[in-house]
Design a binder for this molecule. Sequence first.
Ligand code: PLP
Length: 497
Amino acid sequence: MTTPPTPSPTPVPHMTPDQFREVGRRVVDWIADYMDRVKGLPVRAGVEPGQVASMLPGHAPAKGEGWDTILADLERVVLPGITHWQSPRFFGYFPCNTTGPAILADMVSSALNAQGMMWSTSPAVTEIETRVLDWLADILGLPDKFRSDAQTTRDGRTLRGGGVIQGTASESSLVCLLAARARAARALPGLSIDAMTVYTSTQAHSSIAKDARVAGIAERNLRLVPTRADFSMDPDALARMMREDTERGLTPVFVCATVGTTSSGAIDPVRAIGTICRERGAWLHVDAAYAGAASVCPEFRPVLNDGLDLADSYVFNPHKWLLTTFDCSTLWVESREAIIDALSITPEYLRNAASDAGSVIDYRDWQIPLGRRFRSLKLWFVLRHYGVEGLRSYIREHVRLGELLEGLVDADDRFERPADRCLSLVTFRLKGADARSKALMERVNATREAFLSHTVLPDPETSESRYTIRMAIGAVGVGEEDIRRTWAIIAREAGNV
Ligand code: PLP
């Protein structure tokens, strides 16, 4: 590349360590104040489309600005356009936890900014991740085969397990689908991708359909398996669909079971599904994005973990309901080779002695991007700050609040609950026309005192989609008072629709 002669540059206005200390203290103070005042802020953002952008100049500043001006814009520009996911009365979607230990770890991670793409590029990034995911597998009571030191034998092959942190459950599931696709292609040379079929329930998260699309699975080969009355996958229907596909010359390669569906928290019968997958040689992936966090409590494991010994992979998101700042999606596989076979490409410029010797984990081969942040630091800090007992108390308290809410809904005969409560997720609607439930939710959210979200659930008798309000309890600071106050608003507004 030829460029004109470079003029002598003016000094670059880097922030000095002392300036960082001074401004950093102000930012930490701002964060601590935010943690304190978030309970009093309107939960939902109150801006119109374009309003935030209109407060920003059309061009970046030519000269650097002062920190008083920059920090003032947190209040003026940013906060009005924020929906406060950390509000104790945020009940929409699923929770998205953040906590002091995780924020501090993210600060350190940002400061080090080490690329953990390979062991050799920063051994601590890899080794802490591997160890912390082994800890977490134990804390959740996952099968030993998912541990990094596990070796299992299947079909005469030795498989080595292990865990890895991905950005999101969508990516985790995609990685597994790609591994399943590669495994099937290797097992059946000549198998075309057009002949591969993928299965998940009609209630599975949309990320699975998106992953299938990204993986090149034809839309006609994605099977949405019907569900039973409790919205869990019907294993008989799965077995029938897989049999019919096989008879038509297609090859079932991947099944995703959900433990805790997004709409209602339904739990697919993983053991029955796993048995079918083993018969057909299909990869079983378990998506427990939200509910998996509750496996820290032994009492929930008989339901949440049943059948995981038959799964090839398992994902849950500590960034949802386990106190760890976004992004942190933890994925375990029985066969790291399957993932590496699907994703590893080694150009000369990434070669190094440790990788060549095969003695280390290179997480770049377990994910889609090359680069990766030091995400395990926040999980490590969280686990060390709270300890296993702290995690259990946290989950149990939210499940108790879920029971409280369930009781409040049931005590008001204007409402019905279309699905059983799943841990801290409660679904409900007004009896009668859907329009009333929709209006109710909009009125509650318009108060900005609480935030709810909605879904549709099929009526088991008519199969008609019914508007359903979801309340997912899981904000870090939520307490009984927040549930009672929110229910009082819901009960009041129900009288106005
Ligand atoms: N799976 C389930 C069951 C979910 O509920 C969600 C999101 O709520 C996802 C997957 C997608 O999660 P992510 O945003 O981590 O991709």
